[in-house]
Ligand binder design. Structure first.
Ligand SMILES: [Fe+2]
Length: 275
């Protein structure tokens, strides 16, 4: 039998946060309340996906074969249209994904990773950071340190604001003002009382933990099992997304996806009908 050190595997430190599965959904599945490699990478692309799974894991539970050297520059991962996945997911946010973007000369982060000198240097190379946009109380991670380092403004809804006492911009109501013209804020209470989504250019929807793509079912998913405030309220919030146009979902927990606006609308309707 192949020894574990010669194969990709997930060790007992796994906290079942989903982060690694969202990076390599064809290779890593949930088995018995933890992540498990169901097969080894078969192509260079799959091997890169496995390395990204290793890098996002907040507990160092994903291990590579000992004969492989870790590639450089796995993160930030360019997702197109000026948006990057930051990686370096924090255990304090239960492994939530965070993002960075540049639009109209404004630099923003959505939720925060753990502190990383590599990321700070990379952000310096993008001429710094103007705004940290927090989706809700769970995914704050090391936002305070990034905000202090870059002198960035920090946005959070008042109902979750006790989780980020360093915030400079506390948002109120269901449709708070935009932090900058390209970015709408959508109040989506439910997962937490103060959950919001951020909609960039009527295209990219940063959903926090209120909506994600489930690669196992090929469907949108509101994470009912992780709804901390009120599921009926969350469903009402998600139904209001019918008023918006978007074609890319970038999630905190769970998978992300780009579809046509029409297919995204149909997937939203399918999720609401099944809920
Ligand atoms: Fe959350």
């Amino acid at each position: 039998m192949e020894s574990l050190s010669q194969a990709w595997h997930v060790n007992s430190r796994c906290i079942n946060c989903m982060a690694s599965r969202t990076m390599a959904p064809a290779l890593i599945k949930e088995v018995g309340n933890r992540s498990v490699f169901v097969r080894q990478p078969a192509t260079a692309e799959e091997e890169t996906a496995a390395w990204r799974a290793l890098q996002v894991c907040p507990t160092a539970a994903v291990e590579a074969p000992s004969y492989l050297a870790k590639p450089r520059d796995l993160f930030p991962q360019d997702l197109g249209e000026g948006v990057f996945r930051l990686g370096y997911n924090a255990k304090s946010s239960y492994g939530a994904h965070s993002y960075f973007g540049v639009v109209d000369d404004v630099r923003f982060m959505v939720d925060a990773p753990r502190w990383s000198a590599h990321l700070a240097s990379w952000i310096d190379g993008k001429d710094g950071l103007d705004h940290i946009l927090l989706t809700h109380r769970d995914d704050v991670a090391d936002a305070a340190r990034y905000a202090k380092h870059f002198g960035a403004r920090v946005w959070i809804h008042e109902a979750d604001a006790d989780s980020a006492p360093f915030a400079t911009d506390v948002m109120r109501g269901g449709n708070p003002p935009a932090p900058f013209p390209a970015m709408k804020v959508l109040g989506v209470p439910g997962h937490t009382r103060g959950s919001v989504m951020y909609l960039l250019n009527d295209h990219t929807l940063f959903t926090g933990d209120s909506l994600a793509w489930d690669p196992e079912r090929d469907a949108l998913n509101g994470h009912r099992e992780f709804c901390w405030h009120d599921w009926a309220t969350q469903l009402a919030s998600l139904s209001k997304l019918r008023e918006q146009t978007f074609s890319r979902v970038l999630a905190g927990h769970g998978g992300s996806i780009t579809l046509s606006p029409e297919r995204m609308r149909a997937e939203l309707e399918a999720m609401l009908a099944a809920s």
